[in-house]
Write a protein that binds this ligand. Structure first.
Ligand SMILES: *Cc1c(COP(=O)(O)O)cnc(C)c1O
Length: 337
């Protein structure tokens, strides 16, 4: 099976596994796991931030960030397609007791004007707006990246209104590679950033939350409360360290391959449109002889796995376990449909 369902499906490479096996470990709840301490430092330093926190999942890093930035009864502003709203099980309400102001952005990206308009006035009837959460790249937006100037504009708004600014950077390295941006610039804009190691970077488990010392100290307490305090998890953190060294530059291959697949799909009569490919995600709108579910079923019979995201949209995601040869086979299969 050639598996395009998600960039989470990768297995550790032999090099990554060997590095994991040789990792020095200790009890991280006691703050004694050298590999976790290194991963947290390396990640924070890349973005010019003070501290990091290793967690089992990107859902946990996002939810910890929301919990740490807010009080129950506050409101969080985000785009309607956001992972924090769509795919975290209602955690904003459950974990933090916050309401959400949804913005209707462009492929998951919002503007500073939209954020400004979403801030509640000082009024006893209204929840207190406390946090703005952005996503780069946008998953439901088909891997779309922000224009960095919009981050600067949004930062001006959040600063003027005393709001915290969080970035769900599950695929931030895809954006950095595609836009050739410097990580350090992101550290200057955001109060907290969540980064997934288990997406395009190819680690089996884990995400890192980065921010100031005081923010991470509070988030570390909440991580324990959420049940995310792990012990000799340095074996997993080592995979993240390895990924940062060896799996970032190669993301450009995924981006190139996504474009190739997109161009082939566009020649088919059953593909009505495709969200312009920027990074490693291809979202095609399906019509004519297949529904999204029928196309996914047909591809599966031929050894290709994809996901029907909505009744009319199929998603393909590239990652390090999809080779050039896999892509060539996929192109032949699609051409024959
Ligand atoms: C995958 C993903 C996450 C985190 O997901 P987990 O499966 O909990 O690690 C967060 N945000 C976005 C945009 C994602 O795509």
């Amino acid at each position: 099976m050639i598996d395009y369902r998600s960039d989470t499906v990768t297995r550790p490479t032999p090099g990554m596994l060997a590095f994991m096996q040789s990792a020095p470990v200790g009890d991280d709840v006691f703050g004694e796991d050298p590999s976790i301490i290194s991963l947290e430092r390396i990640t924070a330093a890349k973005f010019g931030m003070e501290a990091g926190l290793f967690c089992p999942s990107g859902t946990m890093t996002n939810q910890l960030a929301i919990k740490t930035h807010t009080q129950a009864g506050d409101e969080v502003i985000c785009d309607e397609l956001s992972h924090i709203y769509q795919y975290e099980g209602g955690g904003i309400a459950f974990n933090s007791g916050c309401s959400v102001k949804l913005l209707h952005g462009d492929r998951g990206r919002v503007t500073a004007d939209q954020v400004l308009a979403g801030i509640n006035a000082e009024d006893v009837h209204k929840p207190i707006t406390r946090l703005v959460s952005l996503e780069n790249t946008s998953n439901r937006g088909g891997g779309a990246c922000y224009d960095f100037n919009e981050f600067k504009n949004i930062k001006k708004v959040t600063e003027q209104h005393g709001l915290a600014l969080h970035l769900d950077g599950a695929r931030l390295f895809n954006a950095l590679v595609y836009k050739q941006e410097a990580a350090i610039e992101y550290g200057n804009i955001f109060d907290s950033i969540s980064i997934c190691l288990s997406k395009g970077l190819g680690a089996p488990v884990g995400s890192v939350l980065i921010g100031s010392h005081s923010f991470i100290t509070k988030a570390r307490r909440w991580r324990k409360v959420f049940g995310g305090g792990m012990r000799q998890a340095g074996y997993l953190a080592a995979a993240g360290i390895y990924a940062m060294d060896y799996h970032i530059e190669r993301l450009a291959d995924d981006h190139k391959n996504s474009k190739i697949l997109s161009d082939v799909l566009l020649t088919k009569e059953f593909v009505t449109s495709i969200l312009d490919v920027e990074t490693n995600i291809v979202i095609a709108t399906i019509g004519g002889k297949y529904s999204a579910a029928q196309l996914v079923a047909t591809l599966k019979e031929k050894g290709v796995l994809a996901i029907a995201m909505t009744p009319t949209q199929v998603r393909f995601v590239f990652h390090l376990d999809i080779t050039e040869n896999d892509l060539a086979k996929t192109v032949d299969i699609i051409n024959a449909l």
